[in-house]
Design a protein around this ligand. Sequence first.
Ligand SMILES: NC(=O)c1ccc[n+]([C@@H]2O[C@H](COP(=O)([O-])OP(=O)(O)OC[C@H]3O[C@@H](n4cnc5c(N)ncnc54)[C@H](OP(=O)(O)O)[C@@H]3O)[C@@H](O)[C@H]2O)c1
Length: 321
Amino acid sequence: MSRRWGIMGTGGIAAALTEAITAEGGTVVAVSSASADRAEAFAAEHGIARHYGRHHELTADADVEVVYVATTNERHHLDVRACIEAGLPVLAEKPFALDLPRTRELLELAREHGVFVMEAMWMKLQPGFLDLQRRIAAGEIGPPRLVQADFGIVATAETDRRWFSRELGGGALLDVGIYPLTFAIAILGAPTKIVAVGELAATGVDAQVAVAMQHDGGLSSWSCSFVADTGIEATVAGPAGSLRVRSELHHSPGISRRLRSDTLEHGEAVGHDLGYRWEVREVDRCLDEGLVESRIIPHAATIEVMEALDEIRRQVGVTYP
Ligand SMILES: NC(=O)c1ccc[n+]([C@@H]2O[C@H](COP(=O)([O-])OP(=O)(O)OC[C@H]3O[C@@H](n4cnc5c(N)ncnc54)[C@H](OP(=O)(O)O)[C@@H]3O)[C@@H](O)[C@H]2O)c1
């Protein structure tokens, strides 16, 4: 069923989801911003009927059926909370909140109110990622024992005001590191031990982080960076070979398999070009079924990732105001 969406936020990803929602047959009926001018400009550019100069005014719009929260990291918990309290289902950008206590609090509140909430971890809905999971389950490489992944981009304070900002919950870990971390946990389970090293930027947020994790099923090593441009790939290896998630790992065009015999096969992930539309479909499907959480991105997974993020930030020495 196509729905009427409200969007909190006027940045790059708010624009991308507006496109995805429209392509899926939904309508963005309202947008909110902390600035009346930004809200008005975004509404005009995207043909959105109503705009609000304060985020939480959007929750009183009786026409809005579901909200996409795309504000900066430090205010996700405020915005998600406002939606839940208004009884509105929410798709909330990653990181779901700044830390584990706030994540738990919000997910408990959602349960109490019986409101659907999903972290916008779109990687898990991509055809390439689903294909990887199917191949692992089919035993193509034997039990997965080792995961390696990286996500590094070169970010400059000039090109993005939020990446290096402590006040806005910046840092490579919450912005891009969350993908290889979520990936490793999805394949090997929650970590039982984490060892992290990091380099901090002058503003106090992490510029890059390298992490080694122990899981019941094996080991993972991954890294994220705002100062090094990496391949943005992941490899899952088992005794019979490895599966490589080709770049970019969070919306991979396909999986390549290398068997012990050295044969190499390249698979294509059909539908990977639909990108963010998969998460719009998942929200629609869950709401059609009357669910309060997605089976593919369940609350427990959001909590596992948040728990690890808190521990990594503790080890590398990043705190938020
Ligand atoms: N899933 C993904 O692939 C993906 C990709 C990128 C980002 N994200 C997540 O989405 C969230 C938003 O990211 P984004 O890339 O959209 O960030 P962005 O472009 O920097 O926009 C974020 C917010 O910055 C504010 N803003 C924009 N221009 C401004 C200006 N000139 N002065 C003051 N404020 C300004 C807007 O606030 P108002 O709302 O007040 O107008 C906007 O909502 C983050 O949590 C990020 O982690 C996810």
